[in-house]
Design a protein around this ligand. Structure first.
Ligand code: NAP
Length: 246
């Protein structure tokens, strides 16, 4: 019998991360469901995965803190022995115009949205065997120039650079590293920052004519996590209904 894969998904209690966790489980993976503070939401995801017959565990860790990240992977190793798939999904959106910038805003954004990706990838790569998949969740804002988004866009641009460099470094070990870059996706984070009117405006510019769902992204992550994506590495896949074409 084929051994099931072990996936670690950061920020998997809600939104895109929760959809990714469920989808990877549906494809046969056991899943470590990382979250920050919403234990009830993480437990619901774990229960759903267990009902699919897969193993799952919820692990609280603020991945901005490298010491908590290390504990997340120590728990993963203790419970599952290894990692096959890492999805670096946890991040926050925050707008801050240049004239209001301070060092704390920079540090907060880069510690969560960029530094966590680097150290989680290092931890996961140590626990991967002869193959593995690292998938970083970026954002279309990394290649746009929307006012107030320099920190968020800069951190996401950084993880796209990590994606290419880590793909080169880890390729010889059979580990692929790719990024998905969502457009607007209907999650708590989106609803917290955009009015219905603004969302309708973006839909009107979207060739496929709707807002994305977490499952739209999860299905692409599942493909990259699968053996079918074996010849793809160092790439950024835009998952956005065509609103931005590159
Ligand atoms: P979301 O609905 O706000 O969910 C965020 C998830 O991350 C939650 O599970 C949350 O845990 C977790 N989290 C937050 N801070 C964390 C921390 N310090 N340590 C560990 N986990 C943490 O977000 P989303 O919209 O699904 O976004 C997911 C990813 O997609 C992010 O990388 C985001 O930048 C990217 N993205 C989203 C959109 C969009 O339109 N939604 C567009 C482009 C890119 P708790 O439940 O415990 O708070």
């Amino acid at each position: 019998m084929k051994q099931s894969k072990v996936a670690v998904v950061t920020g998997a209690s809600r939104g895109i991360g929760a959809a990714v966790a469920r989808r990877l489980a549906r494809d046969g993976a056991d899943v470590v469901v990382n979250y920050s503070s919403n234990e009830a939401a993480a437990s619901r995801v774990v229960e759903e995965i267990r009902r699919m017959g897969r193993r799952a565990t919820a692990v609280p860790a603020n991945v901005s803190r490298v010491e908590e990240l290390k504990l997340l992977f120590a728990r993963t190793a203790a419970e599952f022995d290894r990692v096959d798939i890492l999805v670096n999904n946890a991040a926050v959106f925050g707008a801050c115009a240049l004239q209001n910038m301070d060092q704390a805003a920079f540090d907060d954004m880069f510690e969560l949205n960029a530094r966590s990706v680097l150290f989680a990838s290092e931890e996961a790569a140590r626990l991967m065997g002869k193959s593995g998949r690292i998938i970083n969740v970026s954002s279309d804002l990394s290649c746009m120039s929307m006012h107030g988004t320099s920190l968020y866009a800069g951190a996401k641009a950084a993880i796209e650079a990590f994606t290419r460099v880590h793909a080169a470094e880890l390729g010889p070990r059979g580990i692929t590293v790719n990024a998905v870059s969502p457009g607007i996706i209907d999650t708590d984070a989106l609803r917290a920052q955009m009015t219905d009117e603004r969302i309708q405006g973006i839909i009107s510019m979207t060739p496929l004519g709707r807002v994305g769902t977490p499952e739209d992204v999860a299905d692409v992550v599942a493909f990259i996590a699968s053996d079918d994506s074996r010849w793809i590495t160092g790439q950024v896949l835009h998952v956005n209904g065509g609103v931005l074409m590159r």
